[in-house]
Design a binder for this molecule. Structure first.
Ligand SMILES: Nc1ncnc2c1ncn2[C@@H]1O[C@H](COP(=O)(O)OP(=O)(O)OP(=O)(O)O)[C@@H](O)[C@H]1O
Ligand SMILES: [Mg+2]
Length: 393
């Protein structure tokens, strides 16, 4: 979160080429200290996942295929210089240890004997030697108007991040929040309860109010019934965001399509603001108004990423039209994919559960780079082609 500092949540760890028994030992050892993946990644998929998800630490099994594990070292470091590589084996073999070190591994652990060493390596991988770490990043998602796809994007960006990162979607759409419904989750407590006890809000209380989806996306929901909330105060919203940024690496805030105190507070403190619009005249006009307002309240332009949702080549406006109109670059386009999106919403499922080949899902997967690498622009492959506007640049 901008201009704020605190303690970051758990480390994100990727586990590669480890046998099931080894995975059990890792779980026992790291327990609550790290965000562990549900599955072991095969050697051949590791580089792509590191590039996309930027874990703090990668634990690579050296027993199944030592040669491949050694080759993987430089390949993973080429994708992410800052990643900490840990070799894991059932045997202490000096030659293998040296090969691992040469390949860029920082530690070579044999579990359970080296449990402390593994914990330390993971801790250092996540925090370096600094005690004080910056908070997690807050991404505000704002619609140019209602119904443009803010909740769809918040939920699915989070689901793309959650295998490796601790991520929470905070539903700040007080008019009609529906994040929980998108994921078929039934709130028992909600953001409403936190607002009433905000003075004693801490990570534990936050943890007691979030819902956890099987994808490991955490959700701080709106209540199911419309609540008669008195005026919502900006500083209360700030406290909630602070607590969330202390606990998670990424906090995706669904601000809906309205500009109110909540949205203004969130966008002001967010590290990045994703302004979502559709490629229609009305939506772009509204996006222009939103941009004007954001400028007035002092939100830096370079923190804003414009995302065009429901993009097709036949859209009312071209990308060039939109950019000329708004004088900001289009950071990403998400393909129009009503068949998959509507099915997912109606079933309370993720896009990847209803259609793994969904074009919208593919584009959302690419747009994750706007979060993890801070990219300013994603080359879309909507409709399976290079974007035509790239020809003009
Ligand atoms: N890329 C897409 N292709 C096709 N349909 C989409 C796409 N993105 C979202 N939709 C559909 O648009 C509708 C509105 O989406 P969503 O609820 O995410 O928007 P919203 O901005 O959160 O709306 P609200 O203002 O009501 O909260 C849903 O039916 C959803 O399935
Ligand atoms: Mg919504």
């Amino acid at each position: 979160m901008r201009r704020q500092h605190g303690i970051r949540g758990a480390a994100s760890v990727l586990v590669v080429g480890v046998e099931p028994r080894g995975m059990g030992l890792i779980r026992e050892c790291l327990g609550a200290e790290a965000v562990l993946p549900t599955h072991v990644t095969p050697y051949e998929d590791a580089a792509a996942i590191v590039q996309k998800s930027r874990p703090n630490v990668v634990i690579v099994g050296f027993d199944a295929d030592p040669e491949q594990a050694v080759r993987l070292g430089p390949a993973l470091l080429a994708e992410s210089k800052s990643v900490h590589l840990v070799a894991m084996s059932e045997q202490t073999d000096p030659e293998r240890i040296r090969a691992a070190m040469r390949a860029g591994y920082r530690e070579y652990v044999v579990l359970p004997d080296d449990a402390d060493l593994l914990r330390k390596a993971v801790h250092e991988g996540a925090y370096g030697s600094d005690e004080e770490e910056p908070q997690g990043e807050v991404i505000a998602l704002v619609g140019s108007k209602g119904g443009v796809g803010v909740t769809t994007l918040a939920v699915h960006l989070a689901a793309e991040l959650s295998p490796v990162h601790r991520v929470c979607v905070v539903d700040m759409d007080f008019s009609m929040g529906d994040v929980a419904a998108f994921l078929d989750l039934q709130p028992t407590r909600s953001i409403y309860d936190l607002l009433h006890e905000v003075h004693r809000l801490d990570r534990r209380m936050l943890a007691g109010s979030v819902l956890v989806h099987p994808s490991k996306v955490h959700v701080l929901p709106q209540p199911t019934e419309l609540m008669d909330l008195e005026e919502i105060r900006g500083d209360d919203i700030l406290r909630i965001l602070n607590a969330a940024a202390d606990a998670y690496q990424y906090v995706l805030v669904d601000c809906g399509g309205r500009i109110d105190e909540t949205t203004l507070t969130t966008t002001t403190v967010a590290d990045r603001v994703f302004l979502v619009c559709r490629p229609t005249v009305v939506a772009v006009k509204n996006a222009w108004r939103r941009l004007q307002l954001m400028e007035r309240v002092g939100i830096e332009k370079d923190a804003i990423r414009l995302i065009v949702n429901r993009w097709t080549r036949e859209s009312e406006l071209s990308i060039k039209d939109i950019e000329t109109h708004l004088d900001v670059p289009v950071a990403a386009t998400i393909a129009d994919d009503p068949a998959s999106c509507d099915k997912a919403v109606n079933m309370g499922r993720l896009l990847r559960e209803v259609n793994r080949r969904s074009p919208a899902l593919r584009d959302i997967g690419a747009a994750v780079d706007l979060i993890t690498t801070g990219a300013e622009r994603i080359e879309s492959e909507s409709d399976g082609h290079k974007p035509f506007w790239s020809l003009f640049r």
